[in-house]
Design a protein around this ligand. Structure first.
Ligand code: UD1
Ligand code: UDP
Length: 369
């Protein structure tokens, strides 16, 4: 029987890998092992609970205010032991986090085959996003199978000389998750609080934005909040204390913004579905918003997800206060622009990515499953 191990460690990886765990567990002749690195703790647990996935291994590496050195070294030591015990035929990893890069490196040291889910995203600027762009490029060197969410991602991999027979366009598993969560008639206390206002959803957490860029973003939003009486902002805030202190400094206790704990993914998807617009530096939200037809101002200088820009739902607005302020104001004031950006489109697939990946994992196994 073929043994497949899935390794992930942060919230977004879990959201996109748990549906795949469930799909693979339905296939016969596959032994499925789940190892979480615990790069995140509470934010990971929330997702595991909601998808009812209980890991076989939890490396529990998270430390408060961890550095890239902490995460890298702690995962590398521990994952090596798990690979030694389990000796999987294939390891599946996701995206671009430190968990993913370090697991790929450990598999390479152990000469274990890697399948990379959400492969081929690129900005080609090694410092943006940081360190994720480096992670992705390095993982693509080490992986054997590349599960690309879109044709564009596949083209990137082809340009880099990866073998065509090992690249599969599957769609993004984020959409698989989204299909199961958004529903009509959804109710939540923050939605009740925002009733009668235009609801703005905010998230921001990127490592390269900690410090000044975060303060710029928050100041721009604060200015708009002070000027526009008809908006309310909900910010489910990342657990990182560096993010929390910056938000507290700028927003204080403004009566039209709620800083709340990270939401369960089903609640968060429904919050997005009820938003007027979204401001974020997140990667995953750039994939989810186009399907929901929600305009997104992406507070970054680059994106590895140009499909959403092409579709018209996303706009890159940088990390400077004035640029964010101007674009936010324009989108609130210009009805025509708002409607243009609100058209739902689906650049990331039909929500059946996990089934496709599982089929490929089985076909590549000579025994089938
Ligand atoms: C990581 C990923 C990033 C991804 C993000 C998703 C890397 C280098 N970065 O960044 O690509 O977009 O996750 O959110 O892999 N913390 C908690 N509890 C939690 C999670 C985090 O307290 O459940 C706090 C800890 O103090 C931790 C800090 O947040 O040290 C930063 O976590 P870390 O995983 O290093 O960085 P992220 O910014 O979350
Ligand atoms: N998300 C969530 N709860 C929240 C905020 C976000 O479940 O309070 C989900 C969101 O729907 C998306 C993912 O978390 O699927 C994005 O994670 P994050 O922004 O932390 O990381 P990134 O995608 O930037 O790597």
């Amino acid at each position: 029987m073929k043994k497949v191990m899935l390794v992930f460690g942060t919230r977004p990886e879990a959201i996109k890998m748990c549906p795949l765990v469930k799909e693979l567990r339905q296939r016969k002749n596959l032994s499925v092992i789940v190892c979480v690195t615990g790069q995140h703790r509470e934010m990971l647990r929330q997702v595991l609970d909601i998808f009812r996935v209980e890991p076989d291994y939890d490396l529990a590496v998270m430390q408060d205010r961890q550095t890239l050195f902490d995460v890298t070294v702690n995962i590398l030591n521990k994952i090596g032991q798990v690979l030694e015990i389990e000796r999987p035929d294939l390891v599946l990893i996701h995206g671009d986090t430190s968990t993913t890069f370090v697991t790929a490196l450990a598999c390479f040291y152990k000469q274990i085959e890697i399948g990379h889910v959400e492969a081929g995203l690129r900005t080609y600027d090694i410092y943006s996003p940081y360190p994720e762009e480096f992670n992705r490029q390095a993982i693509s060197i080490l992986a054997k199978y590349h599960f690309a969410p879109t044709q564009l991602a596949k083209n990137n991999l082809l340009k880099e000389g990866k073998k065509e027979e090992h690249i599969f366009v599957t769609g993004n598993t984020a959409i698989d998750a989204l299909k199961t969560t958004v529903r009509d008639g959804y109710e939540h206390p923050v939605l009740a609080w925002a009733q009668g206002y235009r609801l703005i959803v905010l998230t921001a957490h990127r490592r390269e934005n900690l410090g000044e860029p975060l303060l710029h973003m928050f100041r721009a939003i604060r200015r708009i909040l002070d000027e526009k009486e008809d908006i309310k902002v909900v910010y489910p805030i990342h657990k990182n204390p560096a993010v929390r202190s910056a938000a507290a400094e700028v927003f204080g206790s403004h009566r039209r913004i709620r800083l709340i704990e990270p939401m369960h993914v089903a609640d968060f998807h429904n919050l997005l579905a009820n938003a007027y617009l979204i401001l974020t530096d997140s990667g995953g939200i750039q994939e989810e918003a186009p399907s929901l037809g929600k305009p997104v101002l992406v507070m970054r200088n680059t994106t590895e997800r140009p499909e959403g820009i092409e579709a018209g739902t996303l706009k890159l607005v940088g990390t400077q206060e004035d640029g964010i302020y101007r674009n936010f104001q324009l989108l609130l004031d210009d009805k025509h622009l708002y409607e243009k950006m609100s058209r739902a489109s689906n650049p990331y697939g039909d929500g059946n990515a996990c089934g496709r990946i599982a089929d490929i994992v089985c076909v590549e196994d000579k025994k089938g499953c």
